[in-house]
Design a protein around this ligand. Sequence first.
Ligand SMILES: *[C@@H]1O[C@H](CO)[C@@H](O)[C@H](O)[C@H]1NC(C)=O
Ligand SMILES: *[C@@H]1O[C@H](CO)[C@@H](O)[C@H](O)[C@H]1NC(C)=O
Ligand SMILES: *[C@@H]1O[C@H](CO)[C@@H](O)[C@H](O)[C@H]1NC(C)=O
Ligand SMILES: *[C@@H]1O[C@H](CO)[C@@H](O)[C@H](O)[C@H]1NC(C)=O
Ligand SMILES: *[C@@H]1O[C@H](CO)[C@@H](O)[C@H](O)[C@H]1NC(C)=O
Ligand SMILES: *[C@@H]1O[C@H](CO)[C@@H](O)[C@H](O)[C@H]1NC(C)=O
Ligand SMILES: *[C@@H]1O[C@H](CO)[C@@H](O)[C@H](O)[C@H]1NC(C)=O
Ligand SMILES: *[C@@H]1O[C@H](CO)[C@@H](O)[C@H](O)[C@H]1NC(C)=O
Ligand SMILES: CC(=O)N[C@H]1CO[C@H](CO)[C@@H](O)[C@@H]1O
Length: 536
Amino acid sequence: MKRILTLLLIVPVALISCKSVLDTKPVDVVTPVNFYNSENDLKSALAAAYDPLDNEYLYCSSLWYQLGICTDEAFYQYSSNSYSAPMFYQYDYTNAYITGLWQQCYMGIERANLLIANINKPVMDSTRRQVIYGEALFLRAYYHFLLVSNWGDVPLKITPTTDVNSISVPRTPSKDVYAQVIKDMTAAEGKVSTSTAIGNASHISKTGIEAVLARVCLYMAGYPLRDESKYADALIWANKVQASGEHALRTTYNSTTNSAYSQVFINECQDIYDTKECIWEADFNLNNNNTAYWEYGKVGTMSLNCVNLDTGYAGGNIRTTIKLYNLYKPGDLRRDWNIAPFYFNSTATTASRANYAATDIIDRENAKWRRYYEPLSPSKQQYYNGTNFPIIRYSDVLLMLAEAENHINGPTQVAYDAVNQVRRRAYGVSITTPNTTADLASNLPKDMFQQAIMDERARELCFEGLRKADLIRWGIFSSTLSAINTEINASNASGANKTRWTLGYITATSSSKYLLLPIPSLEININKAMTQNPGW
Ligand SMILES: *[C@@H]1O[C@H](CO)[C@@H](O)[C@H](O)[C@H]1NC(C)=O
Ligand SMILES: *[C@@H]1O[C@H](CO)[C@@H](O)[C@H](O)[C@H]1NC(C)=O
Ligand SMILES: *[C@@H]1O[C@H](CO)[C@@H](O)[C@H](O)[C@H]1NC(C)=O
Ligand SMILES: *[C@@H]1O[C@H](CO)[C@@H](O)[C@H](O)[C@H]1NC(C)=O
Ligand SMILES: *[C@@H]1O[C@H](CO)[C@@H](O)[C@H](O)[C@H]1NC(C)=O
Ligand SMILES: *[C@@H]1O[C@H](CO)[C@@H](O)[C@H](O)[C@H]1NC(C)=O
Ligand SMILES: *[C@@H]1O[C@H](CO)[C@@H](O)[C@H](O)[C@H]1NC(C)=O
Ligand SMILES: *[C@@H]1O[C@H](CO)[C@@H](O)[C@H](O)[C@H]1NC(C)=O
Ligand SMILES: CC(=O)N[C@H]1CO[C@H](CO)[C@@H](O)[C@@H]1O
């Protein structure tokens, strides 16, 4: 029997049950023959190409949770003996999360390819056509970037699927996939609108593409490609974002939360766009009464454990590593925002706060996005979670700029200025005034400056789904997890948690196969030209 959900061949049918990022009504059935006749058709098709970003297996949850959380920044506290999952490095090529990510990325690629193939069909304003074309090119490239950075060599798809009966699509070498990613993103950068003109973070902007290109180039510069020439390109792209004047760190101090940093995430909980800092977001929205177009997210619900709906139901169970907690030095206001010093003692009808003992570190939870800030009223129902997720923030751009600059020119003033902006905001002082408490120690040698960037990325960007890929590109994934394993073993973590965690971390360091995901069984079974990754 022929499967309908062949992975590479999904056509954009059933674009239902979501609110599109364009506020455009998604369509139920799309075939090229009777579609792409108007500007609105192109907008619906673009919304469909964005849609996989919000899927369970991408930024709704998996990319920063099942497939991204357990590194040196956090653990998942488990409550059942039988629990096995990617977050414990327990999975094989049949795993739903692995399959889901693969499938959703190729669905996005197919939808982008169809849109690109039909971009000139409707009569419409040519500038607006170019913007849609640019966004589609970018999305095609972004999905390929997710694929190549997670699986290595993957089939490159730059035309719509034509023959659904013959599936034999070989893997393209990683460096060629990356080359196409760069080519598409660079072309798109010249077509899309500026962040200011768009006015929200759900559409990719010119500077958004530049920021993502800096990330792509750093991945290419590190393991496994190790194309060191790409550090210079990463620096060029990060510099363009900085020079645009479109972006800045949010620095308005909030006395209630005792920091400016916290407000970035409060805004995401409240569906407030902060395009200066949050350059591109996966947009979730439940603040309307039109249930047909809800776009569910799980960002808030993986935060502070709580069963009381008015405070905000969450069952995240994401606990800090002792390492991450200790990376924060006195005065760094990010620590108690990212890792709450309290927990909720809650029942269905009440919730009160209780503080952890000062010595109890390993129980503390990720609290970057807190449901009690969500605006939904009267209660934060279990299924109502509309918090946006930041795919790329300006502080990441500054840290990438510092990293690339240090690699090429050493720890220059340019590199120091970029990282110190991030650090001063974290300490609640002016980002333009030198401060000996907040600033990085001066005159660091190049390798120690790089180490400082690695630590700063954990402090600033923890729980944002970036750490695993960072550790891999730095070539320290296995050694870092091995050190965390030792830390857990020496910790106060209670029995069964400890066993599960250490088992997971031993697994992850035991074989280099964990540097790449396995090709999903569904794809292997259907695509005759497909091969499996080593060790899987
Ligand atoms: C974002 O901006 C675009 C362009 O200005 C607009 O069409 C779209 O409706 C906006 N989306 C949201 C969710 O605000
Ligand atoms: C400061 O944070 C509180 C939440 O603790 C929020 O209600 C308030 O709106 C924030 N103030 C500003 C100016 O953003
Ligand atoms: C949603 O519906 C409720 C009840 O009908 C109404 O009170 C509320 O204002 C509506 N909210 C929005 C955002 O339309
Ligand atoms: C939790 O709440 C219950 C009552 O709701 C109370 O008896 C108990 O002392 C509280 N525990 C802590 C640690 O605050
Ligand atoms: C471990 O538990 C003991 C006793 O409860 C406590 O004194 C110690 O500080 C704890 N250590 C850590 C790292 O939490
Ligand atoms: C430096 O930052 C600290 C906060 O970490 C602050 O207490 C101190 O006043 C600042 N010093 C100067 C000279 O601004
Ligand atoms: C954990 O520590 C115990 C001793 O407390 C030791 O026997 C065991 O080998 C350690 N396990 C790991 C994985 O390090
Ligand atoms: C795991 O740790 C949490 C937090 O300390 C604890 O409440 C829970 O009971 C532990 N679970 C198991 C199975 O040990
Ligand atoms: C904890 C919680 O409420 N999570 C819900 C958030 O929304 C998704 C999508 O509807 C649900 O699956 C989660 O259960």
